[in-house]
Design a protein around this ligand. Structure first.
Ligand code: FAD
Ligand code: AMP
Length: 480
């Protein structure tokens, strides 16, 4: 094994492994260091996303949605099912199998691309050197031309709810409950809290979500957020806003959670508690004092728009740098950095990164919210179409939600798309592509969408932006 590479990547999550593969495709010699140990006790690739993030959470969201549909939603289709039984062990086994297949897939890609996988920890030293400490605790120095730091993030812990990894868990623990808790508390109504709360609600838990902020999903367009709150409440998620958790106590099999809201001090007693209050960048023991790499005010590695740190030839990508903590954002940064190292032109368009919440209904958005545009004073026009008027959504008995398009008042250029409803996470790609091509709502309005599909709601929202939606009766506006 050579101890001298063109590129050393630290971290094999979606930011790091994509960067490593692209560098190798571009003809560079690449080593990728990762210290993660999988649930089978062996080193594993794929980072948070594949092991304890995107993939296992989506596996459980899909399984739990099927269970919930079969128990609650089949009679309307004329399908009567009795004696439905939940086999949580099999559900968890399926999740583990998917994770295993995907992480093994990354290993195969590494082999196919000639990437050296170094199992252990990496630390950046001065002079573009990396200290690698293997599983046997032996350290060695690796010389390299370029370093890509992709060390990701970890759940934030709060002193008012210290984890005991049994009754009080973080998102990783919440993917591994052996039984469905009768009562479940979730601290934080962010994306992760809502997704995990939904999984266990669907499987039968009584779920209370405590959120310190007064506004529900403050980063989401508030028309969409209001609909989401309504839908989640109907599903039995008890979301309490303005509720700041101040303490927890584990007594026997229960957790007592104390929180403050406008009514004063409150108590909630639950079987399990998930702490989902955000994530922090992984930078501990990562940089020697003389590495020349600096952190920003939020503790992320400071980088410019090219993901270059303060040291030439040393880059950082993914959750460890500014921007949304999303797998696809990290992957695109990884790809960009590989191209830049190869002296190609490359950039990431941060204006068109989609976000998705994989609840039911799904929530997805790209670009500016109406609240942001009101604040900036930019003139805009809005088109909205409800899935309740979409034939395919009706056929599927899945009519909750809307598509909302916001376009520049003068130029009609699309500034944002906001969806709550069936397949929102897939539909949003249409908004992303339209925005990437600097498209207008008229461009979408003039595009042919297949019938009957839920994507026709995007078409109708675009038509509505121009005052000419067909399948909804609205007070007449002057048509354009
Ligand atoms: P990571 O995936 O965190 O990978 C970094 C890797 O580096 C880790 O394996 C870590 O062990 C390793 N490492 C750290 N320090 C060192 C070191 N010094 N030496 C060696 N190795 C090191 N995002 C989405 O886009 N869609 C989703 O649906 C989604 N769902 C999520 C659900 C959950 C429950 C969670 C927790 C997260 C979810 N995310 C989702 C976020 C997503 O997982 C992250 O944005 C993504 O994993 C970040 O990728 P990364 O490569 O930057 O870091
Ligand atoms: P996100 O960062 O999107 O994963 O969301 C985490 C959420 O947790 C944010 O909306 C925070 O307001 C919320 N939060 C953080 N600390 C607390 C707390 N002590 N009590 C209740 N909610 C909290």
């Amino acid at each position: 094994m050579s101890d001298n590479y063109d590129v050393v990547v630290i971290g094999a999550g979606p930011a790091g492994y994509v960067a490593a593969i692209r560098c190798a495709q571009l003809g560079m010699s690449v080593a990728c260091i990762d210290k993660r140990i999988g649930s089978n006790g062996k080193p594993v690739l794929g980072g948070t996303c594949l092991n304890v993030g995107c993939i296992p959470s989506k596996a459980l969201l899909d399984s739990s949605q099927r269970y919930s549909d079969i128990t609650n939603k089949m009679a309307v289709h004329g399908v009567n099912i009795k004696g439905v039984k939940l086999d949580l062990e099999t559900m968890m086994g399926r999740k583990e199998r998917i994770v295993g297949n995907l992480t093994a897939g990354i290993h195969s890609l590494f082999k196919a691309n000639g990437i050296t996988w170094l199992e252990g920890s990496g630390r950046v030293l001065a002079g573009k050197q990396v200290e690698f400490t293997g599983q046997n605790q032996e350290a060695k120095i690796i010389a390299t031309e370029n370093i890509i730091i992709a060390t990701g993030s970890s759940p934030i812990e709060i002193s008012s709810a210290s984890l005991d990894n049994n009754r009080i868990v973080d998102s990783t623990g919440a993917l591994e409950f052996a039984n469905v808790p009768k009562t479940l508390g979730v601290i934080g109504a962010g994306i992760i809290g809502l997704e995990l709360g939904s999984v266990w609600r669907r499987l039968g838990a009584d779920v209370v979500v405590l959120e310190a902020q007064d506004t529900f999903l403050s980063m989401v367009d508030q028309q969409v957020a209001k609909e989401a709150k309504k839908q989640f409440s109907q599903q039995g998620l008890d979301i309490r806003l303005g509720a700041r958790v101040t303490g927890t106590e584990v007594k026997g099999n229960k957790v007592t959670v104390t929180y403050v809201d406008t009514s004063g001090d409150n108590e909630l007693v639950v079987d399990k508690l998930i702490v989902a209050v955000g994530r922090r960048p992984n930078t501990e023991n990562l940089l020697s004092a003389d590495s020349g790499i600096n952190l920003d005010e939020r503790g992320c590695i400071f980088v410019d728009e090219n993901c270059q740190t303060d040291m030439p030839g040393i880059y950082a990508v993914g959750d460890v740098v500014r921007g949304p903590m999303l797998a696809h954002k990290g992957s695109e940064e990884g790809m960009m950095v590989a191209e830049l190292i190869a002296e190609h032109k490359a950039a990431v368009n941060y204006e068109t990164i989609p976000s998705v919440i994989y609840t039911h209904p799904e929530i997805a958005w790209v670009g500016k919210t109406e609240e942001e545009l009101k604040k900036s004073g930019d003139a805009y026009q809005v088109g909205v179409f409800p899935f309740a008027a979409n034939g395919r959504a009706m056929a599927a008995e899945d009519t909750a939600g809307i598509v909302k398009i916001i376009a520049d008042k003068k130029t009609d250029r699309i500034l944002g798309m906001h969806i709550i409803g069936p397949s929102a996470g897939d539909l949003i790609a249409q908004g992303v592509i339209a925005m990437e091509f600097a498209g207008s709502s008229e461009d979408l309005a003039l595009t042919v969408f297949a019938h009957p599909t839920v994507s026709e709601a995007v078409h109708e929202a675009a038509l509505d932006t121009l005052g000419r939606a067909v399948h909804i009766a609205k007070k007449r506006r002057p048509a354009k």
